[in-house]
Write a protein that binds this ligand. Structure first.
Ligand code: BGC
Length: 374
């Protein structure tokens, strides 16, 4: 008798789950790197009409199909059709970015009296892990299943000294597609020497569809009272600034284009929005950091994370030189990135949340891109 309620709930749970359907995974070859490593592409699809294509070269999300408010799917990320194009030149389309996403001033940091010199691949500064960052590595893949979700777990060990960073860094990044139209990314890393780490995901989104024009009419909310002002090399000045009374206040919704052309010193140095916002902590662990709405398609994307910052970049450096999927040309401000992360140059700013990872510790980071319509 005691087991009847239990059985009933188990039956109900199974029924509910089967109603939600499952997330499917398929795999196909995607070509070879110049040194002959075979690369695959995985397709994750759910019953809600979402489909993600992800390659183990750089963990790049090459396609992300999301339904609009009429149920019609559209690809909302910029990218290329072929692996060779990613290898040739990519402004970090859809990749896993690291070991340190964003910039480190002069490519230098000091840990316990030892100075480490990293590649300076962005003027005098270090950007997105250096010359050959995690975005250009072939990752090992394991397919994974969970309740109402399926995904791929990508692993890569960055050897001690790679791009100048100390420590053998074991990285694991899992992309999940859920039945609730979420792309969830879980990051984990361990090291055998103290090092700095800041991983992120670098999709260039256009919720009206990749290659459909600029994102100036997208409406943006960022739940942050403060942001990180920078110099013209995008290096933090140090102190955090209040968004109040500035074009950086997205506490209430504003379109990207509304204030981007204003006379503002920070918009000038960023050539538009290219800054890290300090997410208001509510203590929930996974915070809602940002919400973007595209009115014509009705697509809404929410970004949730446990990280302290989010880089909002409005594709200011896109200049039409990238011929993307289906021959579409990506021009100035044709996409935006929302990258959950620590603040830029944290290794040289002791007052920022620390990016130091020591042996015995585990770096963890969670990011959810959640899609709905209205
Ligand atoms: C940075 C931009 C940079 C872009 C591509 C973004 O994360 O904030 O400054 O141009 O990545 O590298």
């Amino acid at each position: 008798m005691a087991n009847i309620p239990h059985l009933f709930f188990a039956f109900l749970a199974t029924l509910l789950l089967s109603n939600c359907g499952t997330v499917k995974i398929t795999k196909a070859p995607f070509g070879k790197t110049s040194d002959g490593q075979a690369v695959d592409i995985y397709t994750l699809s759910n019953p809600g009409g979402m489909e993600a294509k992800i390659t183990n070269y750089g963990g790049i999300v090459t396609q992300l199909h999301v339904p609009d408010n009429k149920g019609k799917p559209g690809d909302v990320v910029l990218g290329y059709d072929k692996l060779a194009s990613y290898i040739e030149a990519s402004p970090y389309f859809g990749c896993i970015t690291g070991r340190y996403a964003n910039r480190i001033a002069k490519g230098r940091f000091t840990i316990e009296g030892t100075e480490y010199k990293l590649a300076t691949n962005n003027g005098d500064n270090h950007l997105h892990g250096g010359d050959v960052g995690l975005d250009k590595k072939v990752w090992t893949v394991k397919e994974v299943q969970g309740v109402g979700r399926a995904g791929i777990e990508l692993s890569y060990t960055s050897p001690d000294g790679e791009e100048g960073y100390p420590g053998n860094l074991n990285c694991k990044v899992t992309y999940w597609l859920t039945v609730q139209n979420e792309l969830e990314i879980q990051y984990e890393a361990t090291t055998d020497k103290a090092t700095h780490i800041n991983l992120t995901h670098h999709s260039y989104f256009n919720l009206a569809g990749a290659g459909s024009g600029d994102i100036l009419n997208h409406e943006v909310e960022i739940l942050a009272d403060k942001f990180v002002p920078t110099d013209a090399g995008n290096i933090p000045l140090g102190d955090l600034a209040s968004v109040k009374g500035t074009p950086f206040d997205f506490l209430t919704p504003h379109t990207v284009g509304e204030r981007i052309g204003q006379e503002d010193q920070q918009l000038k140095v960023g050539k538009g929005y290219d800054h890290n916002w300090v997410i208001n902590p509510t203590g929930k662990g996974l915070e809602l950091a940002a919400r973007v709405t595209e009115k014509n398609s009705g697509r809404v994307m929410e970004v949730l994370t446990d990280q302290p910052g989010i880089q909002f970049y409005t594709g200011n450096f896109l200049d039409g030189s990238n011929v993307g999927k289906g021959g579409k040309i990506y021009k100035h401000r044709n996409a935006f990135c929302l990258e959950t992360q620590k603040f830029p140059d944290s290794p040289n700013n002791p007052s920022y949340p620390s990016s130091l990872l020591e042996p015995g510790q585990t770096y963890r980071h969670m990011c959810v891109y959640r899609f709905t319509t209205k």
